[in-house]
Design a protein around this ligand. Sequence first.
Ligand code: ADP
Length: 518
Amino acid sequence: MTDNRQLGAEGGVSPLRRILVANRGEIALRIIRACHEEGLEAVAVYSDADRLSPHVRAANAAVALGAPPAAESYLDIAKLIAAATATGCQAIHPGYGFLSERETFARAVQDAGLIFVGPPPAAIKAMGDKTEARRRMQAAGIPVVPGTAAPVRDAAEARRETQRLGLPVLLKAASGGGGKGMRLVRALDEIESALRGAHSEAEKAFGAGAVYIEKYLERPRHIEIQILADRSGRVVSLGERECSIQRRHQKLIEEAPSVAVTPALRRRLGEAATAAAGAVGYLGAGTIEFLLAPTGEFYFLEMNTRIQVEHPVTELVYGVDLVREQLRIAGGEPMRIRGGVSLEPRGHAIECRITAEDPANGFLPASGKVQYLRVPAGPGIRWDGGVEAGNDVTLFYDPLLAKLLAWGETREIAIRRMRRALRELVIVGLPTSQSFHLWVMDDPEFRRGEIDITYLERVGARLLEAPPPDDLVQAVAVAAAMLADERRTEAKADSRSDSPTVRRSAWADAARREGLRS
Ligand code: ADP
């Protein structure tokens, strides 16, 4: 353990030796990797459904949580804290989703004498209620989307406020997240039913039905700023991420930097973001989301008080490891970022979320066994995955399987790299969003950078009508044929176990049958 200390703390005072990673999938593996690179040990947790997941094997130790439903595993605060103390952890990293933005969890971790890898509970609380966050941001001089200062009490008030703001408006859950509890209203007589819908969806998702109203902005971009704050009081802005390619308010593709952000605008956004973090006494990694109107005005949307799914695009253009910095800051050490408050990006990075969803079927969530997985590689490619061949993908959790990232000196090169990497990727066993990403990479509007949050509504139908690219279909067919060959060979070997089998290349055999090789 002495070695760990020297490595992890670099001569500093960090009390961290072992971290409990209270999450699953790609982000759990991502955090475990960062722990090991910092010279720390990592303890994984897993539900019965994730027994064979890569994150479980990657950790130094793993604790079983119980049945697959999140309420009985990854959302069970008592079990997580017991797992951390039983394995001698000093800290808990919550990842994203699950308990990462629950003030009660952060407090419970601290009450158990452990360090929460994230901001103080009070900062989570301040930003967790969207109407409170809006009030605080306004007080700090940051522009917010015009809207109500508090949740609306009834339909009559909703109607009055909508008339004041002007149609269209967006009803939003005060404790919202993941696009839940949101309703777009374009006509005044839709208010009542939209309010009922938003209210009951919010009640179901967050156990709190409060709904407020925002002016609906037409065709803005979703631009967010990554910040880091340490205990010395230093707050830095690591530029923007462009997250406008969304489906049902959920991001699908992200990039850094944004073609719409000039260095001057980046500075202004960075100043607003660092002021926002300062206003709530923030600590660690956080993201301030803004909507950027076509006129160039920007408005605070919300703050995510945790690491985000799309954090790697920032890492690729700023040469920073955000998760390692989170660990360092949690240990009380200064961040390692050199330079001033606002840094300059280098090159361009794109992330495609590879999900178990079928784009040809309305993005219907899919389940099944990953029978075969060929992961793309080569220059400028990063794969942050959470599954491998043999793993079962269930419907218990988020459908994200992996994040595929491409970096290039320019946006054009990053797009070309992403296309070739998407063509290298082969997943057999269940439908994924892979073909959707290939369509987008080939779409002229996307290539010109003409994107906003309505992109998918506008071009989605056109994209999804196109058949999947031939080479993609062929690669999957070859892999499937290869698997079938292998099974046959194994069956034969089993039945004649005394005779040695000469294994031929199943890929070559299958390719020959598909007419791809002679
Ligand atoms: P959640 O916390 O549920 O993710 P956000 O407030 O972050 O909700 O908004 C999610 C997405 O919804 C944004 O990225 C944007 O596409 C859309 N959106 C939110 N507020 C507005 C608004 N006032 N006008 C237009 N679009 C909006």
